[in-house]
Design a binder for this molecule. Structure first.
Ligand SMILES: O=C1C[C@@](O)(C(=O)O)C[C@@H](O)[C@@H]1O
Length: 240
């Protein structure tokens, strides 16, 4: 698949929020705003008015729109409406990437949405989350490879309970990121996984997430935006 919207060719820091009025506060550290539509009220209208401002503001951040399903840890309950809303916002210039759950791509419910995004030059991040555990390296590798097949970027967030979980996630990240055709984003949720948010980019992960407002984390174990930005910058990838 060709990358046309946000390219994620190098590490991209996404500032997550359910309130787009917070965006200016993210500009000095983030490259993109992850708008959690599922956590916002009237998200399509909010994005439309953001888009109008975006056109006129030179340093406004582009949007990665996420409308996370309730069955994947988010709050969007009606699947048809949530996919329709994502399709609608791909028309906006500000929306340069969308997140689509791998499960929706696998079961076909998001096939049209995926095509719409491709037609409009909007990058697709195909995502999978495990809120319980860190699966085996083989299982994670299969999931992430499949996510890369459907999306421009394959994203995997798992839950770590110890250091071996973190190492397993980094191993998979390293393996896939070395293969040129794969653009991956990985992170381990939970306290035992926090450091992977800083370290995974060294192994090739291309997206990191941190809340604009530190009191409103969108996943367990996230660093605040400034901290993640500083850590990732200081750990710039070493040569292979
Ligand atoms: O999928 C992801 C990654 C994430 O769950 C994290 O662990 O940082 C945060 C979410 O907002 C985002 O959509």
């Amino acid at each position: 698949m060709g990358l046309e919207g946000l390219e994620f060719e190098s590490f991209t820091l996404a500032a997550s929020t359910a309130d787009l009025s917070e965006e200016p506060a993210a500009r000095s550290h983030a490259d993109v705003i992850e708008f959690r539509m599922d956590l916002a009220s009237e998200p399509v209208a909010a994005l439309e008015s953001y888009d109008a401002e975006y056109e006129e503001t030179a340093d406004a951040l582009p949007v990665l729109a996420t409308n996370r399903a309730a069955w994947e840890g988010g709050e969007a309950a009606d699947d048809e409406k949530r996919l329709d809303a994502l399709a609608e916002v791909t028309q906006l210039d500000a929306v340069q990437a969308i997140d689509i759950e791998l499960a929706s791509l696998r079961d076909g419910s998001a096939t049209t949405l995926n095509e719409t995004a491709a037609t409009r030059g909007v990058t697709v991040v195909a995502s999978a989350h495990d809120f319980e555990e860190t699966p085996s390296v083989v299982a994670m590798s299969e999931t992430l490879t499949d996510a890369c097949r459907y999306g421009d970027v394959g994203k995997l967030a798992v839950t770590a309970t110890d250091r071996s979980d973190a190492l397993a996630l980094l191993t998979v990240t390293h393996q896939l990121a070395r293969e040129d055709e794969h653009t991956v984003a990985t992170m381990a949720m939970g306290a035992a996984g926090s450091h992977t948010r800083a370290v995974a980019p060294v192994y090739g992960s291309r997206i990191g997430y941190a809340p604009v407002d530190p009191s409103k984390a969108t996943a367990p174990g996230q660093y605040d935006l400034e901290t993640l930005s500083r850590l990732v910058t200081q750990l710039e990838p070493a040569a292979d």
